[in-house]
Write a new protein. Structure first.
Length: 409
């Protein structure tokens, strides 16, 4: 393009000189020609520089897009491999396979870090120190990722053989001060649980019945942990059983880790039902291992308690979601009664109990210490109340007189 412009200008200049016949203005015309050529040269150089800059930016954009696409591909590969390991019991049970996948995960993570470092080097405002720092961290991170993934796969293997580990994880990861058993520390037992759901001003000034009802309302409306939701479900199932005339022991809540997979033990005449409750999200799947556990713990219960042969023991699996196809087949083969029951939190949950010795009428709120040990017997004058007003109107008072100050809200 430069040559074309110079040729054009030269032609114009030659024509001008010829027209003037070589007059004294020739030198002046030459100077003008030089100035014009220099201006044109600067303009063309600016255009070329701008074009190179645009091309460079396009190249950087292409590299950035390639980097992003490659990173996404690697990350998808890692996720797919990870999921494959979690779902494949053969891999979970093979130590060499787990180590190989853990090393693969570590190597792929290293590739991603290298792409990130390279991007910092080629981006518009390059960061060489940032790229160097990523490479330094990559070495340390590689070994940590390998150990982490191997530990995760190992834990997944344990969960396959011991389903209770899944429940224990929730206990370990969530501090749940609300559910303190009746055998709790003496200092904690002197704290009125109502105080956890009221402001100090409310607890001090509100009348007793209003105070208890307000605390119950706040308790029901607060955000609940997975453990609390699980226990809500067990209590709701217990309420349904008791309403149908069954004697219910809340084995899972009372015994904790030692429940052996028995959340509820329900008895009525010559029949006992061992209930396992799973209030899981719709994104999870109930697999056959949970059915095997329930069947085994039912057999164990019969042997342990020397149950007579004329007493029927039925394993019952209650959940809020469907079972896998294989789990359904296993349940049918093992004669496990499977029931899909949704959790309802608006059921009457205040337990109104009559002391068998003193005949004293006492009501228990869900966060009271003896709530889960209290059994409501149908047609005995005992019942579940919807609110404090209903319980009080029938002559019941709150279960416990507390002293002291709360240590946690």
């Amino acid at each position: 393009m430069n040559r074309i412009i110079i040729c054009v200008v030269s032609t114009v200049f030659s024509s001008d000189v010829y027209a003037r016949g070589g007059s004294s203005d020739t030198f002046s015309s030459f100077i003008n020609f030089v100035v014009i050529c220099f201006a044109i040269f600067l303009f063309v150089s600016w255009l070329n520089s701008k074009e190179r800059k645009v091309q460079h930016e396009r190249q950087l954009e292409l590299e950035r897009l390639n980097h992003e696409n490659e990173t996404k591909r690697f990350e998808k590969f890692i996720r797919d491999a990870d999921q494959r390991v979690k779902l494949d019991s053969d891999i979970n049970g093979a130590k060499k396979s787990r180590k190989w996948f853990a090393a693969l995960k570590s190597e792929l993570e290293g590739f991603i870090d290298e792409y990130k470092a390279r991007f910092l080097e080629v981006k518009k405002h390059a960061s060489m120190k940032g790229a160097e720092r990523i490479r330094e961290v990559k070495k340390e991170k590689s070994e940590l990722v390998k150990k982490l993934k191997y530990a995760e796969y190992q834990l997944k293997t344990y969960e396959e053989y011991f389903p209770i580990i899944e429940d224990i994880k929730d206990y370990l990861l969530e501090e749940d001060f609300t559910f303190i058993s009746g055998d709790a520390d003496e200092n904690i037992s002197q704290i009125d649980p109502v105080q956890r759901y009221l402001t100090p001003e409310e607890y001090k000034k509100l009348p007793t019945d209003i105070k208890n009802q307000t605390a119950l309302n706040n308790y029901l409306n607060k955000k609940h942990s997975k453990i609390e939701i699980g226990r809500f479900y067990e209590r709701y199932l217990g309420y349904l059983y008791e309403s149908d005339g069954w004697d219910v022991k809340y084995f899972g809540i009372i015994e904790g880790f030692e429940d052996l997979g028995r959340d509820l033990v329900c008895a009525k005449k010559n029949k006992i039902e061992i209930v396992q409750a799973k209030n899981w999200s719709k994104f999870r799947t109930i697999r056959e291992k949970h059915l095997y556990q329930l069947y085994a713990t039912t057999i164990h219960y019969r042997i342990q308690n020397e149950i007579k042969k004329n007493v029927e023991i039925q394993p019952v699996f209650c959940s809020t979601i469907d079972l896998s196809d294989m789990a359904k087949k296993v349940a049918k083969e093992l004669n496990i009664d499977v029931r899909k029951i949704e959790l309802k939190k608006n059921y009457p949950m205040i337990k109104c109990n009559i002391n068998s010795t003193t005949k004293e009428k006492i009501y228990h709120l869900p966060f009271d210490q003896q709530y889960d040990k209290t059994i409501i017997i149908k047609n005995s004058g005992e019942f579940y109340a919807k609110d404090v007003k209903e319980a009080v109107s029938k002559g019941f008072r709150r279960a416990f007189r507390y002293k002291g100050q709360p240590t946690s809200i």
